[in-house]
Ligand binder design. Structure first.
Ligand SMILES: [Mg+2]
Length: 151
């Protein structure tokens, strides 16, 4: 199973009143609520993380693994939705990935990008949209788990 994971507005909630705290590795910290919620999805489904975030090319997979471990995530594997192409449109990037993989279930898209609501219905059913100001929380995590387990 796969978790298509965004970071801004998901692991790092947007705040208009203060910049996110930058950790020693130069990347912002994740909210503790998002860390706990993501860990629960990983524990209950043993899904792998597929990074969709626009930050994905900034770091190697080894560096991403360390970034997640440093922020409290454990027992996971991680990859990127694609290794080269810079998309400006998250929806198109997800659509291309689905078409390439030819998968119909066993994945969930966790993102705050509302353009994903216009995905074809069979793919939109795999999408749980976070509120950018809240990020990933227990309720969104529960929904993600139910999507992953719905075969
Ligand atoms: Mg985002």
């Amino acid at each position: 199973m796969l978790i298509l994971l965004d970071i801004d507005g998901v692991m790092i909630p947007a705040t208009s009143w203060k910049a996110p705290q930058i950790m020693d590795d130069g990347f912002p910290e994740f909210s503790s609520r998002a860390v706990n919620s993501l860990q629960r999805i990983l524990n209950e489904t043993e899904a792998s993380i597929v990074l969709t975030t626009s930050h994905k090319f900034k770091y190697s997979l080894k560096e991403w693994k360390t970034i997640f471990i440093t922020r409290g995530i454990s027992n996971f594997s991680i990859k990127k939705i694609n290794n080269r192409k810079n998309y400006f449109d998250r929806k198109q990037e997800v659509l291309d990935w689905i078409n390439k993989k030819e998968i119909t279930s066993g994945y969930v898209i966790i993102d705050d990008d509302k353009s994903l609501n216009s995905l074809p219905l069979n793919i939109k059913r795999k999408f749980t949209q976070t509120s950018p100001l809240v990020g990933l929380n227990e309720e969104r995590a529960n929904f993600a788990i139910s999507i992953l387990k719905d075969f």
